[in-house]
Design a protein around this ligand. Structure first.
Ligand SMILES: [Zn+2]
Length: 59
């Protein structure tokens, strides 16, 4: 439903890794999204982007 918090994973990567949100590498977002509100989670194994998550509501 709208406004529901993002699930914390885990995220299945195309390389076969199952990456928890805590284990994922966090990078700045692409496309000009506000980095204080959005973070891109990447696979620590292969570096693929897994998901862009909204973090702006956590504080
Ligand atoms: Zn991967």
């Amino acid at each position: 439903m709208p406004g529901a918090p993002e699930r914390a994973g885990p995220f299945d990567c195309e390389c076969g890794a199952c990456v928890s949100r805590e284990a994922a590498s966090r990078t700045e977002t692409y496309g000009g999204l506000d980095p204080t509100k959005w973070q891109t989670l990447c696979c620590p194994e292969c570096g693929r982007r897994l998901k862009t998550v909204f973090v702006g509501g956590e504080g």
